[in-house]
Design a protein around this ligand. Structure first.
Ligand code: GLA
Length: 392
């Protein structure tokens, strides 16, 4: 991969890249719509993601090129950038804007991006491109940010430059992910543990609905506001900073404070889902995949009925999975409104699962999903050639 990308870079810029970086995408095993409510999530990095090849230049220009999109941008290093339409280069441009705003000296660079995360699939292609750019700039410019600083900066870009009020989970997962580990992340304190993802004889399947995501961003921001309204109502009697500061039992005692039926449903999902993550962590450490799977299905049902971010495509994925004895559990992952589902499937039965899922889904929805088996990979870093790795 690296050699192929290097050749492309050379063709475009007539010189060799100095460095190549990679940031993965992520899936979330459980704990959905929790991060912006200060609770627990369990994401992991996947092995596909965004590659970035960089060479500094001496003419004070940023040149953005992508192997996935035709649009390109040449722009002087001066800052005060703003978002242009929905172009892909808004993400790296936002990152550079934040480096400049923080007062870091920034030099011109030639940048080539290549991503193999399906776009709009809910696997965090945006966090991946943000974090890879932030990591690369920090390395090239010796800006002295910690990895956590880069995560926070990337989230700020998504919130303020792109305009999606996301939590910190995606940027955190793609930066801190570890091979064969799931991250148990407390989104309030940002304490985390990388725990073994003991899937036993199961593997992680990703099922892309291939449904174009429309209105996802405005619906997402609407859910964030609904949670804020629920928190405000509960704060009349409870001293809490986040919805996830209380458990289900406490919620049941105080839920009368929320008078709006929709807001009540949103809060109920969040608080029960946070409790499910705690149970899922215990199940994973006991190698109890049956319990883990049960919690995944319960999470899906709650996202469908209480949080209302699923849809017939994602529901069909969970529905088929329930009929397949080789599946321990399944659910939608990420923000919802399309995107991907995940399932824990017996490795020996993966091909049957793939075939049957495609047939079932196509029959119901009218077009096929894409079904992949996925490995859990490492977070952001510089991509070294094999020879460089042995030198280090
Ligand atoms: C998107 C957001 C995350 C998180 C998930 C839902 O992926 O970017 O911050 O809120 O949705 O869990």
């Amino acid at each position: 991969m690296k050699d192929f990308l290097t050749q492309e870079f050379t063709k475009i810029f007539n010189k060799n890249p100095e460095n190549t970086y990679f940031s993965p995408g992520r899936v979330n095993l459980i704990g959905e719509h929790i991060d912006y409510n200060g609770g627990l999530v369990m994401p992991c990095a996947v092995t596909f993601g965004t590659y970035l090849l960089v060479s500094p230049n001496s003419d004070g220009m940023f040149r953005f090129r992508s192997m996935n999109f035709e649009e390109k941008l040449d722009i002087p290093v001066q800052g005060n950038y703003t978002k242009t339409k929905e172009y892909w280069f808004n993400y790296p441009l936002g990152i550079i804007e934040y480096f400049l705003k923080d007062g870091h000296p920034v030099l011109g660079m030639d940048l080539l991006f290549y991503g193999n995360i399906p776009i709009s699939s809910g696997l965090s292609s945006s966090a991946s491109i943000e974090v890879v750019t932030a990591f690369a700039l920090n390395d090239q410019l010796n800006s002295g940010y910690s990895k956590l600083d880069l995560v926070k900066l990337s989230q700020a870009v998504e919130n303020n430059f792109i305009g999606v009020n996301c939590g910190i989970m995606d940027q955190f997962a793609v930066a801190f992910g570890e091979k064969n580990k799931a991250l148990m992340l407390n989104c309030d304190t940002l304490d985390y543990k990388a725990v073994d993802s003991n899937l036993g004889e199961h593997i992680l399947a990703i099922i892309n609905t291939n449904k174009p995501r429309k209105l996802a961003e405005s619906k997402y921001n609407e859910r964030v506001q609904e949670c804020q309204a629920a928190l405000k109502a509960l704060q009349h009697e409870l001293e809490i900073n986040n919805l996830c500061d209380i458990d289900t039992a406490t919620f049941n005692k105080y839920s009368h404070l929320i008078t709006d039926a929709t807001i009540y449903k949103r809060a109920k999902h969040v608080i029960e889902e946070n409790d499910r993550v705690k149970l899922a962590a215990v199940a994973l450490s006991n190698n109890d995949l049956a319990e883990f799977g049960r919690l995944m299905y319960a999470s899906h049902d709650s996202l469908r009925d209480l949080y209302e971010v699923s849809g017939k495509e994602l529901d069909t994925i969970a529905e088929y999975s329930k009929t397949d004895a080789n599946v321990a559990g399944a659910r939608m992952t990420g923000a919802g409104f399309g995107g991907c589902g995940i399932a824990l499937v017996k490795e020996s039965a993966f091909e049957d699962f793939q075939k049957n899922m495609i047939a079932y889904y196509t029959n119901k929805i009218g077009y096929a999903p894409s079904v992949y088996s996925s490995l859990i990979g490492d977070g952001v870093g510089e991509l070294l050639a094999e020879s460089e790795k042995t030198k280090a």
